[in-house]
Design a protein around this ligand. Structure first.
Ligand SMILES: Cc1cc2nc3c(=O)[nH]c(=O)nc-3n(C[C@H](O)[C@H](O)[C@H](O)COP(=O)(O)OP(=O)(O)OC[C@H]3O[C@@H](n4cnc5c(N)ncnc54)[C@H](O)[C@@H]3O)c2cc1C
Length: 393
């Protein structure tokens, strides 16, 4: 069955979708709201083994981007080592990449991308879908895939009662530092559950240190309030937050030329309706997980591959959407739930910090003693592109 697909959003899910659809023999045009510059282009993310596997299913190899991240070491602000977790599965090692590099790599896959096209509405036309964009233009196709992220317009077109974003009580910032010696193994992620703030850093094999911090912020800031935080203010605020912690946070911040402007962190509560007629949402638009678990991009890429397989193997579009939901909902919602628990640990009050560190330390010791890894079930997900989809009985 061959179709033409309108893909809304040229982020990770949208571009991966276009590659997957092409592989399944389906024509796709990607409509991206912005110009070529990627949103929050400065930040970095880690692609876990399941993300690398999903990319491999699309014949995509990000080995030329970033660097290997074989594991994460977790310490408390007092310098106590709470444990270590592997970020690998057999030979497959997680890869930490700049977000802008990943976007660029995906967009460079010879896709049909149209920039400056912000979806404002879509209607079923009987045998297809017609999308409307903010510049007044329209486009028609057999199906529409909403890969338009956290604040998805497609989500609301499909279900006007769909939930919106939920503020998690955390801010994000970070940067790239030069000329600072951390003493840590290159590539290893170092997470510090500090006395007042979470800090994570990793040294690129070339010596640059990539870092991020999650200051707690009880009330949500407006975009204008966020933009008004100056470089100097970030520096002062972060230095104050990490003043009493062990570890290199203060040196790393001091060695950073430009601290990211910062943004609020959100998730989306369970989205009950993923598809209607010939429209469907995938990626963050369908199940935005808190960034803490490092799986949002991974889920988006897995979604793209599985949806293309469902369209390839099902007798029609609605049947493909139903099959997709059966195959994906349980997994992504389990990941979102695990992400929420991790995010909650970062935002704890000073009083709750002590039991948190104890629980983490015990959990890590248990994992080390029994050889169990709490993320293993997430990492070991495999997609065989050639195998036809099989729905559970
Ligand atoms: C601080 C932080 C750290 C993270 N770390 C990790 C990590 O280590 N590992 C990991 O796997 N994930 C991580 N994530 C999550 C990951 O970045 C997201 O889950 C992923 O980007 C989701 O991809 P997406 O394509 O669904 O959405 P996006 O990448 O946000 O793309 C959505 C696209 O749609 C476009 N768009 C929006 N509205 C419209 C519209 N109306 N019309 C047309 N286009 C539109 C946007 O401009 C954008 O290009 C992190 C996220 C954050 C915030």
């Amino acid at each position: 069955m061959t179709y033409t697909a309108l893909v809304v959003g040229g982020g990770i899910a949208g571009t991966a979708s276009a590659v997957a659809l092409r592989k399944a023999g389906i024509d796709a045009v990607v409509y991206e709201a912005y110009d070529r510059t990627a949103d929050k282009a400065g930040a970095f993310l880690t692609l876990a083994p399941n993300a690398l596997d999903a990319l491999r299913a699309l014949d995509l190899d990000v080995g030329g981007l970033g660097f290997d991240t074989p594991g994460i070491t977790i310490t408390s602000g007092s310098g106590r080592r709470l444990g270590e977790l592997a970020y690998r599965l057999g030979d497959v090692v997680s890869r930490t990449v700049k977000r802008a590099d990943l976007y660029r790599y995906l967009r460079d896959q010879d896709l049909h991308l149209e920039y400056g096209k912000r979806l404002t509405g879509a209607v079923a036309t009987g045998d297809g879908v017609r999308a409307t964009f903010s510049d007044g233009s329209t486009a028609e196709g057999d199906l529409l895939i909403g890969a338009d992220g956290l604040r998805s317009a497609t989500r609301r077109v499909i279900d006007p009662a769909a939930p919106g974003t939920r503020y998690t009580g955390l801010l994000n910032t970070g940067g790239y530092a030069r000329g600072v010696a951390t003493g840590s193994e290159p590539g290893m992620m170092q997470a510090v559950f500090g006395k007042r703030c979470f800090f994570v850093y990793t040294a690129h094999p070339d010596g640059e240190v990539w870092w991020a911090a999650n200051p707690a912020q009880a009330t949500e800031l407006t975009p204008a309030e966020m933009a008004a935080i100056s470089q100097q203010e970030w520096r002062t605020r972060l230095s104050d937050l990490f003043r009493h912690d062990h570890g290199p946070a203060l040196d790393i911040i001091a060695a950073t030329g430009e601290i990211f402007a910062g943004w609020s962190s959100y998730d989306v509560p369970r989205v009950p309706v993923w598809h209607r007629d010939r429209m469907i949402v995938i990626g963050d638009a369908a199940h935005a997980t808190a960034p803490s678990i490092g799986q949002g991009a991974a889920m988006a890429i897995e979604d793209a591959v599985v949806l293309a397989k469902c369209l390839r193997d099902s007798p029609g579009i609605e049947a493909a959407f139903r099959a997709y939901e059966v195959l994906r909902r349980g997994r992504v919602e389990r990941v979102v739930a695990q992400g929420n628990r991790t995010g909650g640990w970062k935002a704890l009050s000073p009083l709750a910090r002590v039991p948190r560190d104890l629980i983490m330390s015990l959990a890590m010791k248990h994992a080390a003693r029994t050889g169990t890894d709490p993320s293993r079930w997430i990492y070991e997900h495999r997609i065989d592109w050639d195998r036809p989809i099989a729905l559970p009985a």
